[in-house]
Ligand binder design. Structure first.
Ligand SMILES: *[C@@H]1O[C@H](CO)[C@@H](O)[C@H](O)[C@H]1NC(C)=O
Ligand SMILES: *[C@@H]1O[C@H](CO)[C@@H](O)[C@H](O)[C@H]1NC(C)=O
Ligand SMILES: *[C@@H]1O[C@H](CO)[C@@H](O)[C@H](O)[C@H]1NC(C)=O
Ligand SMILES: *[C@@H]1O[C@H](CO)[C@@H](O)[C@H](O)[C@H]1NC(C)=O
Ligand SMILES: *[C@@H]1O[C@H](CO)[C@@H](O)[C@H](O)[C@H]1NC(C)=O
Length: 440
């Protein structure tokens, strides 16, 4: 089928032309660079020292502020102030055919091509942010350079895992890697870590569906209710937090589902809990969600280690009221167009929780001595909401129609196929991570 294509940076340039230049973009860039060098040379040999200082200092600062010199040339994607959260999906044949998911160990249920999904149109789209900012295709070298020597950890629910596995696939298609650890058995997709020795980078995933400490359905579907401790970070990642430099947090689906919430040993309220807990205060989902993010960020702001904490927003599902066991629960073959479908208010509310917590955390980091924690929002809600076509649907199962067409069949309309739209989350993550130099 020829799905796997190695990264080819030449075929992944954004198509917009540099305004005011009739030559091809690379030629323009080199012309501009050449001109700059001549101007600099002139300055250095023929101007008084004070002028040199005045010119060179802002220039040096400008170069310092971005990772790669070429990327900082105006028009060639100076992403200092780009917002990637709103935009549209534009047709770009083959853009998302970047790796063979079977070779990078993704969860079988999201390996749609292996599972026999016959259409590939969902791989023919790229995200065009509003306002004309280009979103460059994923560049594994740029990612690894931006986190050189660091431990990058994804913490959260299965959407955090979806993104973490996408990142491993994108990186391992281009750079050598080594499995560091992986739990055995049913948790094998929930706790793992890889090393990328060329850049001394570690990428891990910690399953923490509530972010904070929790027990219940995520481990055992037979349990009726979830018990969630809003005063304690998740055990596994909490224990490793002092080794983490970059944390990407994503949660929400389980907290929307509901739980019995604790502070210490005291129940402080419930949401959507079984009747025998109805004597407790009903506290809804928004407040516990706030508290869960707050506790997680608090843990990641402690211990004096300078960190970048990226809060990913909610990635909504596309069941749209259809039953999960309907083979046609999500069979749309194209993205929604801009404005075709209004984002449901509940998804907006969950996204707002993340923005509120990010703002609060930034204020706290600024007030703290040193202010070492950098807080960023990775807003994927709109771009994910526009991709009903990118889910495994019935191809969460291996060749689902090999024995005919059953009346009932589980569909996954939440996670994304790998490769698929979730790779775009990481395209944006790279831009966030290289936006500023580590101020540490
Ligand atoms: C640029 O970075 C270098 C090394 O990181 C540093 O020594 C220098 O002071 C920086 N210059 C400016 C203008 O920020
Ligand atoms: C950056 O973007 C914000 C929000 O879109 C805008 O208000 C602000 O003026 C922009 N700043 C610069 C320097 O372009
Ligand atoms: C992906 O890799 C697997 C294992 O190496 C191989 O069997 C399969 O044919 C590959 N799929 C595609 C579409 O290339
Ligand atoms: C738990 O109780 C402590 C002590 O009373 C309080 O400071 C904290 O805010 C409470 N946490 C939550 C999530 O209610
Ligand atoms: C609510 O009911 C449970 C189980 O019957 C009991 O353990 C708990 O103490 C009750 N809580 C309140 C606040 O009455």
């Amino acid at each position: 089928m020829g799905v796997y294509k190695p990264l080819d940076p030449r075929s992944q340039k954004p198509s917009s032309k540099t305004p005011g230049c009739f030559l091809s973009k690379p030629v323009c860039v080199w012309l501009v660079l050449g001109f700059l060098s001549l101007a600099l040379l002139h300055l250095l040999c023929c101007s008084p020292a004070a002028t040199q200082q005045a010119v060179l200092s802002p220039l040096r600062q400008y170069i310092n502020s971005t990772y790669s010199f070429v990327a900082s040339v105006p028009g060639e994607g100076n992403q200092q102030n780009c917002s990637y959260s709103e935009g549209r999906w534009v047709w770009a044949p083959g853009h998302a055919q970047r790796y063979n998911a079977t070779e990078c160990n993704v969860k079988e249920r999201q390996d749609c091509i292996r599972n026999g999904r016959p259409d590939t149109g969902y791989l023919d789209w790229r995200w065009q942010p509003a306002g004309g900012c280009p979103l460059p295709a994923f560049d594994a070298g740029a990612f690894l350079a931006a986190v050189r020597g660091k431990h990058v950890a994804f913490i959260g629910d299965s959407m955090a895992r979806n993104q973490a596995q996408s990142l491993i696939c994108l990186l391992s298609a281009a750079f050598p890697y080594r499995l560091l650890h992986r739990d055995a058995g049913p948790q094998r997709h929930n706790f793992w870590g890889y090393a990328f020795p060329s850049h001394d980078v570690r990428v891990s995933y910690y399953w923490a569906p509530f972010l904070v400490r929790g027990k219940g359905k995520p481990e055992d579907d037979g349990i009726k209710e979830n018990h969630v401790h809003l005063d304690a970070p998740g055990d596994r990642w909490g224990a490793d937090a002092d080794t983490i430099d970059v944390a990407v947090l994503a949660a929400g689906h389980w907290l929307l589902n509901g739980a019995i919430y604790y502070n210490g040993s005291e129940v402080i309220g419930t949401h959507n809990a079984p009747p025998e807990f109805s004597n407790h205060t009903k506290i809804g989902y928004a407040w516990p969600l706030h508290m869960a993010y707050r506790k997680a960020v608090e843990r990641l702001s402690s211990g004096g280690r300078p960190r970048t904490v990226v809060l990913a927003t909610f990635s909504p599902s596309h069941f749209e009221g259809r039953p999960i066991d309907s083979p046609t629960a999500c069979t749309k073959m194209e993205p929604y167009k801009e404005g075709e479908r209004e984002l449901e208010w509940i998804f907006k509310e969950v996204r707002d929780v993340v923005y509120d917590e990010a703002e609060l955390a930034r204020a706290r980091a600024a007030a703290a001595a040193g202010g070492a924690t950098r807080i960023e929002v990775l807003d994927v809600t709109t771009l994910a909401a526009m991709r009903p076509d990118g889910h495994p649907s019935v191809y969460m199962n291996y060749h689902p129609f090999q024995h005919g067409v059953p009346e009932k069949m589980l569909s996954d309309c939440l996670h994304f196929c790998l490769p698929g739209p979730v790779d775009t989350f990481n395209e944006i993550l790279v831009q966030i991570l290289k936006k500023r130099r580590w101020n540490q």
